[in-house]
Write a protein that binds this ligand. Sequence first.
Ligand SMILES: [Zn+2]
Length: 310
Amino acid sequence: MTTLLISPPSSMAHATPPGHPERPERLRAIEQALEQEKFADLVRIRDVPAADRDAICRAHPPRHVDALVAAAPREGVVSIDADTTMSAGTLEAAVHAAGAAILAVDEVVGGSATNAFCAARPPGHHAEKATAMGFCFFNNAAIAARHAQKRHGLQRIAILDWDVHHGNGTQDIFWDDASVLYCSTHEMPLYPGTGAASERGAHDNIVNAVLHAGEGGESFREALEVAIFPRISAFRPDLIIISAGFDAHWRDPLANINLTEEDFAWATRELMDIADRQCGGRIVSLLEGGYDLQGLAASVAAHVQCLMRG
Ligand SMILES: [Zn+2]
């Protein structure tokens, strides 16, 4: 039983403007929480290769990569959209965040670890095929899923996205791909506006379970138990990827769902049970959102402790 913690140092080099919620301090808060004694058995990897162009282009067209390379500033910050900005360190952070997800797949599918958590940024689930948006540039979960299929020959990948925002990017990339099941719980109405239950993908391979402002753990657990977990089990995935955002925590300033860290722990345990039955326990978990430092750190700690079977 090995759990990896993959944290590329370049994640800190993606600078955002003052007051921006998606900031390097998020990773410092996580790092501090995971320094506790109970996490001593985590296998920590900081030396992460950058994702190469071919790996990124399994989820994005080359023109998307070229446009970001062209937009990257040498200094200062440039805006890609109203809330998505690039600094001099952004591209390097983004290719290493994708690289961390790829490394996690390699290690988990290769058998040297049962599961892995990537504490990297920028996040990825809002990045569509050819659009960077919502703090995201490359869709780390999508790149990891396609890498698992193309490089390791896995057939079916299930992605569970419990970030409080809908993963419009992941849905866009896999809309027409029956080999990937994308399942999301998210608040609506809320950014980015997609994710209605009627959005089901070209092959009924998208499952959107909507939560409403003010709801909490009871609604979240019901959404997973009724709408999502049976679908993941029936899909018989070879690997499960979590788009692990923690902005549905009650403390989070960007949304209005009232989860506690125990809700994230419960969801992790339930998903691990499915993974144990379906795919040898293989789970790759990727940090997405989570903007209250205290809520984020406590939630990640609860999530990772479960992954370690603590
Ligand atoms: Zn989010």
